[in-house]
Ligand binder design. Structure first.
Ligand SMILES: Cc1ncc(COP(=O)(O)O)c(C=O)c1O
Length: 457
């Protein structure tokens, strides 16, 4: 746009700006109208969910106990899941593209997981208040698959990261941790645009720009950095991939100054048989895990170098405590092991992620030339709506999402029987049929056609 201080160009520029403002206004009016209509249809289609939500507000703030699951005007209440589908309280059946935010990799109630859970309950019992042999069986398999020397279990990915950080701080005797804008490492470890209000260790974060190699080097190569904590692909941040060069540089810089390189694979470990670290060729000091590795139950794990993990060895008088009533709960130890050994074999992991890559390529081809784009790796995807329909996104600053369009998409995909997250993440599940992926692409095409004025570049 011409500079405002240029006397010659100014009248032309003002006219241009006027036209732009008018057309933007028209677009936003049209979007508001479409959104209002979609919300009205949504409310009419889901009277039981509405009633349940209103009842839940009596006991849960905003009827909610997991913030992400609140969506306006009220969330759909699900009744059950089966394989690749979920069924709501108003009788609708959806193809589940939420995939429990990547944890439902095996699909809902996979027969082998069911069998393992029932056997465990019937012949072992829920929790024995003691160590069990199975915890070592599961530990051994995870260590082999993800190239870890030692591992400890906990109850969530959040906990895994908290304990990994505590271990790194103890091991190095330092406090500061380098993380990246746009990262999500757990409920109290979010860094969308800085440390969240409920974030822990507020003064001890050093926050850099994702994929900025030189910037990261400067931040890490200091003598007081305890650890670097990074996702190989920022999952909740919109499936923004770290380049191999960036991730390898973080590892090199961390090792150079004796900081612990922690790779958060809570989401990305399912991108290949040995996680994203094996794909990129990383050798993290500590890796954090979670999600499907507990067979679909609450689960987290952190592991890696023997010398670092030794800070948690209770045989040492000075060891760090890491307790948790359910750390070695029988259900997750057995079901998690069945999942990893019998369902998520190496060849299945490779083939499934290839299917995901093919799906994303087809989807991107179908939406090219609109404001919609898709990013991701393997079977993990995120759709975006932005000016320019950007696909090259290196960091959270590179994209400004159009939340109005995202909401419209979310609401209308439900009408086409697809359950996706409002933020646009799509985590495919093993039983998701190719025919449903193809049907999704057709429905997206129809959405873009219906709203062609709103999504035009
Ligand atoms: C990369 C990453 N780290 C950590 C977490 C936190 O895991 P949890 O929800 O099990 O606490 C998540 C959750 O989505 C995640 O995506």
């Amino acid at each position: 746009m011409p500079k405002a201080d240029s006397p010659v160009s100014q009248p032309v520029a003002m006219a241009e700006v006027g036209l732009q403002v008018k057309s933007l206004q028209k677009t936003s009016d049209a979007l508001s109208t479409a959104l209002a209509a979609a919300k009205e249809r949504f409310s009419k289609r889901n009277p039981n969910s509405k009633e349940i939500f209103e009842g839940a507000c009596d006991h849960l703030p905003g009827g909610n106990t997991r913030t992400l699951l609140y969506t306006a005007p009220f969330p759909v209440c699900m009744k059950k899941g089966e394989a690749y589908q979920v069924f709501d309280e108003d009788g609708h059946v959806y193809t589940d593209f939420v995939g429990e935010l990547t944890a439902a990799l095996y699909g809902h109630s996979h027969p082998l997981i069911q069998k393992s859970l029932i056997n465990t309950m019937q012949s072992i019992g829920l929790n024995l208040g003691a160590t069990i042999q199975q915890e070592n069986v599961h530990a051994k398999l995870i260590c082999e698959r993800f190239n870890l020397s030692k591992i400890r279990f906990c109850n969530s990915g959040t906990e895994a990261n908290l304990h990994a950080l505590a271990g790194a701080r103890r091991f190095t005797g330092r406090r500061k941790v380098v993380v990246f804008y746009g990262a999500y490492h757990g409920a109290v470890l979010g860094f969308w645009d800085g440390v969240q209000e409920n974030g822990v260790d507020k003064a001890e974060w050093v926050i850099g720009k994702y994929n900025d190699i030189e910037g990261a080097k400067r931040l890490i190569e200091q003598d007081d950095i305890a650890a670097v904590l990074v996702e190989g692909m920022q999952g909740a941040g919109g499936c923004i991939s770290g380049t191999n060069e960036f991730l390898l540089q973080l590892q090199t810089s961390a090792k150079k100054v004796g900081a612990i390189f922690i790779l958060d694979e809570v989401m990305t470990s399912r991108l290949g048989p040995g996680g994203l670290q094996a794909i990129v060729g990383l050798n993290p000091d500590i890796t954090t895990l979670g999600k499907y590795l507990g067979g679909g139950l609450a689960f987290g794990a952190f592991g890696g170098r023997t010398d670092i993990m030794a800070v948690y060895d209770p045989r040492s008088a000075n060891s760090l405590a890491h307790s948790g009533t359910f750390n070695n709960n029988t259900l997750a130890m057995y079901a998690g092991h069945v999942g990893l050994s019998e369902i998520w074999t190496s060849s299945v992991a490779v083939e499934f992620n290839k299917r995901g890559d093919a799906f994303r390529a087809k989807l991107q081809a179908a939406i090219a030339g609109t404001k919609m784009s898709v990013t991701g790796q393997g079977a993990l995807n995120a759709v975006h709506f932005s000016e320019g329909g950007k696909t090259e996104i290196a960091c959270s600053d590179d994209i400004s999402e159009d939340w109005g369009l995202k909401d419209l998409f979310f609401l209308e995909m439900m009408e086409d029987s697809f359950w996706i997250t409002r933020r646009g993440s799509i985590a495919l599940m093993l039983p998701t049929p190719d025919s449903e992926m193809d049907r999704f692409i057709e429905c997206v095409g129809r959405f873009l056609q219906r709203h062609k004025d709103l999504v035009a570049l």
